[in-house]
Design a protein. Sequence first.
Length: 382
Amino acid sequence: MPLAIKKVFPILALSAFSSVLGVGIIAPLLPLYAEGMGATGIWIGIIFASFSVSRAIVMLFIGRLSDRKGRKPILVIGLLVFSINSLGYIWVNDVAGLILVRLLQGFAGGMIIPVAQAYIGDLAPEGEEGKWMGYFSGALFTGFGTGPLMGGLLAEHFGMDIAFYTMAGLNLIAFLAVALFLPDIRHQIMAADLQSSLREIAASGMIRGLFAFRLAFAVMRGTFSTFLPILAGIYVGLSPSLIGILLAVNALGMSLLQAPGGRIADRLNRRILVVLGCLIVVIVMVLLPSAGNFWQIFAICVFLGVAGAIAIPSASALNVVEGRKFGMGVATATFFFAFSVGMSIGPVLSGVIADYININSVFYFTAVVMLVGTGIFSWFTR
């Protein structure tokens, strides 16, 4: 089993990396791009949320489908659609067009990350769930971190269109790698996994707690990704490349710590590690509005990355253990469904708060959400 996962992991990591790299490339660009089309705070939130809305809808059935039909076909389709749709950013010229492109890209995204993680969960040896989830999360956050930095630099020196072409090309490479080299392991998926029901999954206290954690964390991530560029660009006066560096530092710091965080999750109490990471996030969100220059925001991004490295591998490892009971595809899709719901509602609610109160209140709001999510996680997993 360890040999099997070592053989396929690089391909799965590439598919995940390319997908989130594409999302990351436009992270520092999209708010300003949309604002240039006349989008208000609420509409910027809707544009960001539309990706997560369609991704969440797909995840309602894609996990069970991958348990029944295999992981590879779904990954192949998702990467191809993601690559082609990336070119849509170049062709649209209004807010409605941006929303449509984001909806289609979210549809494709819902077929990539949860299915790739379920594939890894199928092969991860018992007792090493944290290790392999840490490696996989590391690939994800490397993409998140490299994307904003690449996007900011490409847009500043070559224009936004080049950034969008790059996103399409990288996902096309991942599509070819998966289609040509990834084996289909549908025959290895246990039949018992296919007999579980959504009702049984919903009755699991651990699944409920993980859902609350992932939902709250996603609200924070969605708000942070959407409104940090506005806070840093408009209120602090930073350039697109510096904003890209800030987002990259946050994600790359989280990425570099995912592997050691995963190994720690295999040795210590995973539940306590999740709670600890969440509490650090609460503190960081409270401090963010008071940051007034690049280096203060830089430090906050570093601490936020550390918090994610503590919490995410442990939560992912707990989810893999539950996946062995209910079906890996279903459990993983449920985990990412919570993430997509949070990424959907977070930017929209925060956009309303930014328009009717102020941008500082956006980050205080996310701190409260994280605190509530931590409490719910602690209760259901006690």
